[in-house]
Structure formats: C-alpha cells, structure tokens
Design a protein around this ligand. Structure first.
Ligand SMILES: Nc1ncnc2c1ncn2[C@@H]1O[C@H](COP(=O)(O)OP(=O)(O)OP(=O)(O)O)[C@@H](O)[C@H]1O
Ligand SMILES: [Mg+2]
Length: 309
C-alpha cells in the first residue's frame, strides 16, 4: 500500500470576499513528485501557506504525515521544507551565514548543522561562494540558496513555490536535477509552476488549479492522453518534401502552408511507419518536427484560456 503523505480535505480559504481556494481535496502520496499547475491568482501560494500552517483555512482539514496541520505548529514545520515564491534571504549576509540563521530556527545540533550546510552548499554548487554576500549572487544562485535553506532540518516534504522564476536555463537545469535527486532519495515534493514543460519534465502526477478549484488531476501521461488533440507534424518545404507530398497524405490530413506542410496523423500508431517511410524516401528528420500535445493545450481545452507565463 502506498502511504498518503499529504491529505487535503475540503479546504476553503477566503480573503474577505475573494474565494482563493474552493473546497479543494487532494492527496499526495509518499515520495510523489506532484506538480501544481495554474495561472496567476489560481490559489497555488495560498495552498502552500495553508500546508505549512502560515494561514488557517475557513474550513477543511489538512494532515501531513499523519499529523493535523494547525497554525504555526512547530511539529508540522519540522516535517516541511518550504521554498517560498519570493526569496527569503538576507542580502547583507553571506550564503553560509544565511544558512546558519535558517538552521538555528530548528534546534539542529551544531555539528550536524555544520555538516548539512556544507553538504547542501556542495549539492547546489555554491560551496566556493559560501563566504560571499548574497547581494552579489545571480538570480539562479539565490534561488538555489533559497532551496537549500529549506532543507537543513531534513524535512520529509518539500514545497517549492515557483522556484525557477528569474533563473537562466543553466541554473534551471541544475535546480531540476537537484530536486529530482531529492525526490529519488525519498522526499515528497509539491512543485508549483506556470510552466507546462517543467511539470511535464519533473512531475509524475499533476493537478491543474484554476480559480481555487482543481480542474484536472492525474498522472502526467494520463492528462496528456485526455487531450482530444492529436500529435501534429510540421514538414518544412523543400524540393524533396514537396516531391513527396502524396507520400505524406497516406498518413493523415495534410494542410499546405507557404513554407511547410502540417500533417495530422489519422492514427498515432502510424507514426512509426511514417518515420520509417521518411528514411526510405531520403527525407531528413531535421526537416520534420513532431509536436506532442502539451499541457498548455490541455489547459486551453479545460478552461478555454491560455496559461500565461
Ligand atoms: N493576502 C491576501 N489578501 C487578499 N487577497 C489575496 C491575498 N493573497 C492572495 N490573494 C488572492 O487570492 C487569490 C489566490 O492567490 P494566490 O497568491 O494563492 O495565487 P497563485 O496561484 O499563487 O498566483 P501566482 O501564480 O501569481 O503566484 C488571488 O485572487 C489573490 O489576489
Ligand atoms: Mg503564487
């Protein structure tokens, strides 16, 4: 039996007249990498704040690792590492000093804390910069430090609220790899993002939230399968591909544009035949682009709206 690590039951949270969360029920299993995807104002940060006990819900209950979440409970705080959306770092302190401050909030024995700080700095490649003030750090370095600051008490659960905002692709990749390794080591992770590709790449299961309600929930693959849209294939026009136009039409509906053809395969199982055929005709793969259905398309289908960045 897979244990449920986070159990959210019928949570409603209002700010004055705004209903930020509307009877949300959600279970996250132990060691799951769960993606919470939604546009601005969907309620992601509110849910995070409720999980850590920074906020009280109007109704509903949350349990984490068997314990009920109550406001400002230290027991709950010990189980959770929270990486907030807005950076929570002291600019005038060094990386090392920042981590010491965070570590001291959790009564970690000095020696153990020292060791963990060192290990974590290495893990995100900031060890060489540990004596530099945070104000000299790039956006990506700050984000990485923000993440490890939440891990010093070795929590079972990690909540990451848009941890890659303002991060260049290289740092983003480093963050992905780091989070993936934490998950493999056993941490349960909830990761909020606006970005489809991030959720697709990282998460085994995804919940899409909009206007305070979970509007879709399932494994990443299952959600993609729900899409009515088929894969589409773009074939760039050149003498070879134009000559083979009839050949492409065997595989589905072919639309002709000025610079390319757009193929909608009638059957996705034909795709392997399609690619085998390309090779036979001497058509290079680089002239052909396969577009998988994205979560962006799913979101559009579910809400009639685009997901904004
Ligand atoms: N402290 C607050 N007081 C009043 N309204 C708030 C407060 N915090 C959030 N809200 C409102 O609650 C709703 C949900 O906000 P929340 O910050 O949880 O969304 P989000 O999904 O995290 O958005 P973003 O992607 O922009 O971070 C929004 O309508 C927001 O304006
Ligand atoms: Mg937010």
């Amino acid at each position: 039996m897979v244990m449920s690590m986070i159990n959210i039951q019928q949570i409603t949270k209002k700010y004055a007249t705004i209903v930020a969360l509307d009877a949300v029920t959600l279970e996250v299993r132990q060691q799951e990498f769960f993606g919470l995807l939604g546009p601005n104002g969907a309620g992601k940060t509110t849910l995070m704040n409720l999980l850590v006990g920074y906020l009280n819900p109007n109704s509903g209950t949350i349990t984490i690792d068997g314990d009920k979440v109550t406001q400002d409970s230290l027991e709950i705080r010990k189980k959770i590492g929270f990486v907030p959306q807005s950076l929570a770092l002291y600019d005038e302190l060094t990386a090392q000093e920042n981590l010491e401050v965070f570590g001291q909030m959790f009564d970690i024995p000095r020696k153990l804390l020292k060791k963990r700080i060192e290990d974590q700095l290495h893990a995100v490649e900031l060890y060489d910069r540990r004596k530099d003030k945070v104000k000299t750090f790039s956006g990506g370095m700050k984000r990485r430090l923000n993440i490890i600051a939440s891990l010093l008490h070795d929590p079972k659960v990690l909540l990451c609220d848009e941890p890659t905002v303002g991060v260049d692709p290289q740092s983003r990749n480093a963050i992905f790899e780091f989070l993936t390794s934490l998950n493999k080591q056993g941490k349960t992770i909830i990761y909020t993002t606006h970005y489809m590709e991030e959720a697709e790449r990282l998460c085994s299961r995804i919940g899409i939230i909009d206007h305070g309600k979970i509007i879709a929930l399932g494994s990443t693959d299952t959600l993609l399968e729900q899409l009515a849209y088929e894969e589409t294939i773009t074939i760039h026009k050149n003498p070879m591909t134009v000559k083979n136009q009839k050949g492409f039409e065997k595989f589905g509906e072919l639309l002709e544009e000025d610079d390319y053809f757009e193929l909608k395969p009638t059957d996705r199982f034909l795709l392997s035949k399609f690619f085998a055929d390309l090779e036979k005709q001497g058509i290079q793969y680089s002239w052909v682009e396969l577009h998988r259905p994205t979560l962006e398309a799913l979101f559009l289908q579910l809400t009639g709206r685009r997901l904004r960045d």
